[in-house]
Design a protein around this ligand. Sequence first.
Ligand code: SF4
Length: 358
Amino acid sequence: MRDFVKPFRDSSRIKELQEKLLSFTFGEEVKIMEVCGTHTMQIHRFGIHQMLPPEVKLISGPGCPVCVTPNEYIDFAVELARAGLTVTTFGDMVRVPGSYSSLEKARAEGADVRVVYSPMDSYEMSIQQSKPVVFLAIGFETTAPAVAATVQRARKEGRTNFFVLPGGKLVPPALRALSADPELKISGFLLPGHVSVILGRKDYLFLRELGKPGVIAGFEPVDILQSIIILLEMIKDGRAEVINNYPRAVREEGNLKAKAILEEVFTPGDSRWRGLGSIPRSGLFLREGYSAHDGFRAFSVKPPPAREHPGCRCGDVLKGLINPPECPLFRTVCSPENPLGPCMVSSEGSCSAWFKFG
Ligand code: SF4
């Protein structure tokens, strides 16, 4: 274990925090949603569910970028690959089933689908070949600045065979939509660490008007437990503040340089999320000046109408309506080796976390 992590995994500190947690009583269910796939994994890995008072439930939200990407996006990418283009993407996306196929299956049929570690890797590929290269630009505020920088470079260098398929999503509009959903009854949010590095605390202040407390949390057990305690204290007192409990990485204003590049390249628009439907101004679309690199505009492939896998309840999992074991296909038919939905494919997916850690 690295030295700087040690204090955040200190067992006596964890025990102290657990005792503090167990001292809370509410008399009704309190639902805290974590909106970050990495938090979901860490919560399961460190058994944090088991440290909570019985009335407090941690539910996973739409924090896994691969999971929230709707089938029609995947179907379009599969058709591009079948049409002979080079399609590049992060690893998890390759295995995600679309309506009828996946990029992995398309590759097995001979399509040129490649896994990359960054959008710039894709760009380098486009320099080495004349065939069009299309990068699947999914993800949240964390990965979007790197996509924006790559598109800027493509325009500056006049590259005509590099494209992105805009699929990026913004977290604050999703929090608004989740807060407004009466079915969910969310008491507060554990806010995502990585996304908050870009956004800063300021961008969540709207939560106060919605009456939902939020705490920005780091990823170690002490970070998460402390953040839950701060949330529970606010819920107990009826306060809805936004607290930054990850000050070693997150600033009040966020990363202004990253925000500036996002603003320059992207414009927000209505976007469909798996499970949550269309959320106003929650998607990142290329501005007119960069439209020459927009894969949706450049290629007119026509996938058949999108459909969901019958029985997969990934949408309900992403909304926090059910926990994965409540899906009848969990472990019986669906597993990381044979995933039926994206929530089981991605390492940040809730079904995958429940499968691995219980
Ligand atoms: S267990 Fe599988 S089938 Fe069920 S919701 Fe999760 S991904 Fe879908």
